[in-house]
Ligand binder design. Structure first.
Ligand code: ADP
Ligand code: MG
Length: 258
């Protein structure tokens, strides 16, 4: 079996008349965290959504996406395995995507459902074992003391830790995080990145994260995929990217000038 966690071949995505992704191909090898970098509008979120199996690409001969060896999409059609693959991926978003009026614990328990679609019918029917697992996940992210609080009372960084706990509850085999630190202050951003790094190292769960802060990518990520106008500008080891490549990628948006 290949050593790549992600293999993309000839992936294109057109919105109306605009090409957001232009026949991109890439391989991401196992081990460590992968950062998707690029200026706003370069296609990072669109690529991540395709990897997650949440959207279908343009229909094109030779298009193929594999995640952890499993076919996610083929020639613009979701493969039949897509459900299985989605169930095993955890998602973390910039805006946390938690249910504000429910408790922290219930939000984590929702992870046990594999999808948020059915939480309304199942709230209150979780087993003691599921509750124990959810508390364990909250302990893992340092949020056990907040279990009974409503999500709406938490800071952004705390909410993001709860979202990570929900991914652990889902027993995610891979975590996709779209701008998980973009709304956070620097200290919370570091805490969240440290936590993702720790989960990646200790649980061995691959993490693919879009970032627009290049400094965080260089500090926490071992693999980089850089996009520019829907094309792959760089893919490979984070340590191998040159100053010149970084500079030409980010002409204006250095992280600490925000
Ligand atoms: P990034 O995450 O790097 O900022 P996106 O993947 O969100 O970039 O967007 C890439 C391009 O595709 C942009 O030009 C954006 O306007 C366009 N785009 C993304 N999603 C949609 C959509 N659902 N409908 C129309 N255009 C979209
Ligand atoms: Mg985006």
């Amino acid at each position: 079996m290949s050593n790549n966690i992600i293999e993309v071949r000839r992936l294109s995505k057109t919105f109306d008349n605009k090409k957001a992704l232009k026949e991109i191909s890439l391989d991401i090898s196992h081990g460590g965290i992968t950062a998707l970098l690029g200026p706003s509008g370069s296609g990072k979120s669109t690529l991540l959504r395709h990897l997650s199996g949440l959207v279908c690409s343009d229909r094109q001969e030779g298009t193929e996406i594999r995640v952890l060896g499993q076919l996610v999409q083929s020639e613009g059609r979701a493969a039949s395995q897509v459900r299985g693959c989605r169930a095993r991926a955890g998602y973390i978003f910039q805006q946390f995507n938690l249910v504000n009026r429910l408790s922290v614990l219930t939000n984590v328990l929702i992870g046990a459902l594999g999808s948020t679609a059915r939480w309304r019918t199942l709230t209150g029917r979780f087993t003691p074992e599921q509750r124990r697992q959810a508390m364990q996940a909250l302990e893992r992210v340092g949020m056990a003391a907040f279990a009974e609080q409503r999500v709406s009372t938490l800071s952004g960084g705390q909410q993001q830790r709860v979202a990570i706990a929900r991914s652990l509850m889902q027993q995610a085999h891979i975590i996709f995080a779209d701008e998980p630190i973009a709304s956070l202050d620097p200290e919370s951003a570091r805490t969240v990145m440290e936590l993702l790094k720790d989960i990646n190292e200790r649980e061995g769960i691959p993490v693919v994260v879009t970032l627009h802060q290049v400094d965080y990518a260089l500090k926490y990520c071992q693999h980089l995929v850089a996009l520019r106008e829907g094309e792959v500008f760089y893919q490979g080891a984070a340590e191998a990217i040159t100053e010149g490549e970084l500079a030409s990628l980010y002409t204006q948006s250095r992280p600490d000038s925000r």
